[in-house]
Design a protein around this ligand. Structure first.
Ligand SMILES: [Zn+2]
Length: 537
């Protein structure tokens, strides 16, 4: 206690506190960075110098970035904020091997409280407490030596100068090692903490603020007209899946039986379909947008009609039923019902189940006696990390299953068991949708299209969950399942499906916009037949 008191009686220069905070963050909040470095440069006598130099370089860069801003009244608040950000980021990076990307921040901003609860753990409290709050309290209590303005400025310039010289010297000494490090292992730098989280947050805020100000709402496809049809009314259910991986569907050759019910129902499974993003908040608006992945921008998509707006205007009855967080802005202008509450959803146990949305489908169809119908069902699907919560207990086919939200605490087999059970529940849900549509086939030409929003990492290379920057993301997060089923009245589509190797052709979420227009026989100048999966030619 005496020592503690004596420390607090001492006065520290602002520079010392900045350097101390930087050293702390490099030592305690960069486990992921160094473990990724050790993955490429295993600890050996030859590498030890370079690895230590990386630590020193990281300290110098952190000081260089903090020193100009952490001054005067901003000194303590900024350092405290950095410690909290670094400790939180360290928790998510160390636990799930996540990179703090704009995709991840977008997801976090749109995450509801129950999803947040799914990520909380004792380990998070320990990280935040030990690596964030504890040093933050020390910073808060530290006495900073007051200095006249000019002397303060001078010492700050000195600090910047020393950091800069240190950076140049370190890179100079390990010249060739750094050249190959920057060239060949670019992605490792995304684990530097808090440099990357702060950089990404600034980039995210910039996109939001700049993007938010300018775009007026734009209607498109105003010429859209549905062609008169001689056949029965069309009834289509589009299931937007959640976190399903293409390679975990037994329909696509997965070694475990995850699609026992769909296998009995003459469905077509496409095995070469790719997502627009690695997070719900990007993939869902993107797949309904006229913009393709290369041109997709959140603000532009939000301020432009999507395919549901166009179909509704052309006379199709459109509705969105949601058992996920929400429609991510897609269903703002069409009827929308959330099924997350037992007041609405008849099938709830630990949580409300996707199957409950079928009740809403029945009701909607009864209430709409004329015109074609398109109903979107947005699933809870296999949303992680608590896969075992995503299915009723009678669907616990594979066991033992991981019950923790700290996936690293579970074995690979336990994680896969829980995840595959959630896929089997989706298999059950989709089979129920098809059975319902079959029952309606006296009055309708029925069809179902299922498409997952993005995939999931299940621990491959230590990576969990999703939300990686698209360019770096493993295929597990981008390769998604897509399943189609139809009754009578879709001859054009069935002919296409009968073509050799058609189901192995490469498609992406860019195709959905035009494929839906084609399936509903809506003609408009924004329709591009080349992007309609089922178009002739
Ligand atoms: Zn998702």
């Amino acid at each position: 206690m005496r020592i503690v008191n004596r420390v607090f009686q001492r006065q520290f220069s602002a520079g010392t506190v900045i350097v101390a905070v930087a050293v702390w963050m490099v030592l305690f909040c960069n486990y992921s960075f160094f473990s990724n470095v050790l993955g490429v440069y295993p600890l050996s006598l030859g590498n030890v110098g370079f690895i230590v130099s990386l630590g020193l370089l990281l300290v110098a860069v952190t000081v260089l970035l903090l020193a100009p801003f952490a001054a005067g009244r901003l000194l303590k608040p900024l350092l405290i904020a950095m410690l909290l950000v670094a400790s939180m980021s360290a928790y998510f990076m160390d636990s799930y091997n996540l990179i703090v990307s704009t995709e991840l921040i977008e997801s976090a901003m749109q995450t509801d409280s129950s999803e947040t609860m799914g990520l909380l753990s004792l380990k998070l409290v320990v990280y935040l407490g030990l690596f964030g709050i504890l040093p933050a309290v020390l910073v808060y209590r530290a006495r900073i030596r007051p200095r006249p303005f000019r002397a303060g400025l001078l010492s700050r310039v000195k600090l910047l100068g020393v950091s800069l010289v240190a950076i140049v010297a370190i890179i100079g000494v390990f010249n060739s090692a750094y050249a190959s490090f920057f060239r060949e292992h670019k992605s490792v730098r995304f684990y530097t903490n808090p440099v990357t989280p702060v950089y990404t947050a600034i980039k995210y805020a910039d996109e939001k603020l700049v993007g938010n100000t300018t775009l007026p709402y734009q209607q498109i496809g105003l010429d859209a007209q549905q062609q008169p049809s001689a056949g029965k009314r069309r009834l289509m259910v589009l299931v937007v899946g959640e976190t399903a991986r293409e390679d975990h569907f037994s329909l696509n050759g997965y070694g475990r039986d995850t699609n026992p019910l769909l296998a009995e129902r003459q469905v077509t499974s496409f095995d070469n379909v790719w997502s627009c993003g690695t997070a719900t908040a990007i993939s869902v608006p993107c797949m309904f947008s006229v913009l393709d992945r290369a041109h997709y921008g959140e603000q532009q998509a939000k301020s432009t009609d999507n395919v549901l707006d166009i179909l509704q205007r052309a006379g199709v009855n459109v509705a969105w039923l949601d058992n996920n967080s929400d429609s991510k802005g897609v269903a703002l202008r069409v009827p929308y019902v959330s099924y997350r509450s037992s007041d609405v959803n008849p099938i709830c146990d630990a949580e409300c189940r996707d199957e409950g949305m079928l009740e809403g489908v029945r009701k909607y169809v009864k209430e709409h006696p004329t015109g074609d119908i398109l109903i979107v069902l947005h699933q809870m699907g296999s949303h992680g990390p608590e896969y075992a919560k995503r299915y009723p207990s009678k669907f616990a086919h594979f066991s033992p299953s991981c019950q923790s939200n700290l996936l690293e605490d579970c074995s690979e087999a336990e994680i896969n068991n829980a995840y595959d059970n959630s896929i089997r529940y989706t298999d059950y849900f989709l089979s129920r949708v098809i059975d319902y549509l079959k029952d309606e086939s006296a009055d309708f030409s029925p069809a179902m299209l299922y498409l997952s929003d993005h995939g999931e990492s299940l621990g491959e290379n230590g990576i969990y969950l999703h939300g990686f920057p698209y360019a770096l993301a493993p295929d597990d997060q981008k390769h998604v399942p897509m399943v189609f089923w139809s009754g009578d009245g879709y001859t054009r589509v069935q002919n296409k499906l009968a073509q050799k190797d058609f189901v192995h052709r490469k498609f992406s979420q860019d195709n959905l916009f035009h494929t839906l227009l084609g399936l509903m026989d809506v003609k408009t100048s924004v329709y591009q037949p080349a992007l309609d999966m089922f178009a002739n030619g």
